[in-house]
Design a protein around this ligand. Structure first.
Ligand code: FUB
Length: 330
């Protein structure tokens, strides 16, 4: 190879390798529309995403099943198919909304909201919609999951968007969005099949906006309660205990297009990742409207533990392998 050709090749290689790889929304290998990602890293070292599943061109969130995806590099994903469907439930037939998962006592648990009835937007007094939270179990992280108690954990209050946090001492806490019960937490029994005692109303430091989709994680001994505030803007609180008192800290990600967001935050191979969903028009859709797709971004912390604001990007975590190899700073 002469000198000019070699230089050209080297330039192309250097430029090409520094170019970001478009990775959002995540490529699940099909046209599937997914939302509400809950991320977990289990003992096999893989990242697992538990998501809800929008029917193509859906309206009013009539959703029927939950999917599990796994990956080792956040770029190549395996769709393990529906891990549970409302058809498998005796007490609900619709609204397979935002799930979460946990590993405890050698088993994998899927905690999920589901419901019955319908929402009448024109005459709300005619609405019959009801939602509750169920718990299903499997020997495998990808299911199939089996409804473990054959009923919701409770019937009142109306509740959805469950999130299970298991602390280092093994205690399990269930956070949720509930009618007149936002910012309550339920401590779960050791087998995760029932709630222990009463719901606990958490001290949110006097700031309790409308919310849904809470998520709790722990980093360096500090607990974080994150949520889509007003169902749109991702914001957070910090505390020294999983039940508060919490201190409001502000915005993680601004709202986009007046649409709901739903998220989870997890550490993977030394990097903190925010999974969320975006409303996007994508090729191959059966209708000309925005639909939900799961995406991911890096998330960074300041010295004092506060979270830096995150922008939505096309690149997302497309360079994850490279970053892990380089041991890049968080
Ligand atoms: O996916 C249905 C609902 O939309 C979720 O439960 C909410 O968090 C919102 O994302």
């Amino acid at each position: 190879m002469n000198k000019i050709n070699l230089t050209t090749v080297l330039c192309l290689f250097t430029f090409g390798s520094s170019m970001a790889i478009a990775q959002n929304p995540l490529d699940f290998g099909s046209n599937i529309k997914t939302a509400d990602p809950s991320a977990h890293v289990w003992a096999d070292g893989k990242m697992y995403l538990y998501t809800s599943h929008d029917q193509e061109c859906q309206q009013d969130f009539h959703m029927k099943d939950w999917h599990t995806f796994s990956s080792s590099d956040l770029v190549n994903w395996t769709d393990h198919g529906p891990s549970l469907s409302v058809d498998d439930l005796t007490w609900a037939d619709d609204f397979a909304w935002a799930p979460d998962a946990a590993y405890k006592n050698g088993k994998y648990y899927l905690v999920f909201p589901a419901g019955t009835g319908f929402k009448d937007r024109v005459n709300p007094e005619k609405s019959t919609k009801w939602m509750g939270i169920g718990i299903a179990v499997s020997d495998s992280p990808t299911g199939p999951f089996k409804d473990a108690i054959g009923k919701p954990l409770w019937k009142k209050p109306y509740a959805n968007d469950p999130s299970l946090f298991i602390d280092d001492d093994g205690k399990a806490y269930l956070y949720f969005h509930g009618m007149n019960h936002d910012y309550y937490v339920a401590e779960m029994a050791d087998d995760l099949l029932s709630v222990k005692g009463d719901f606990i109303k958490m001290d949110m430091g006097g700031y309790e906006p409308k919310m849904e989709g809470p998520w709790v994680f722990k980093r360096n001994g500090i607990y974080y309660f994150t949520m889509p505030e007003n169902n749109r803007v991702l914001t957070y609180y910090m505390a020294k205990s999983p039940t508060g008192p919490w201190k409001y800290k502000g915005v993680i990600m601004e709202e986009e297009a007046n649409a709901n967001n739903h998220h989870s935050i997890v550490e993977y191979k030394g990097h903190w990742i925010l999974f969320y969903h975006r409303w996007l028009k994508t090729p191959g859709s059966a209708c000309d409207k925005k639909q939900r797709h799961v995406a991911a971004e890096y998330i960074h912390f300041n010295e004092d533990g506060t979270i830096q604001k995150v922008e939505r990007t096309d690149e997302g975590v497309g360079d994850f392998r490279k970053r892990v190899k380089a041991g890049a700073l968080k």
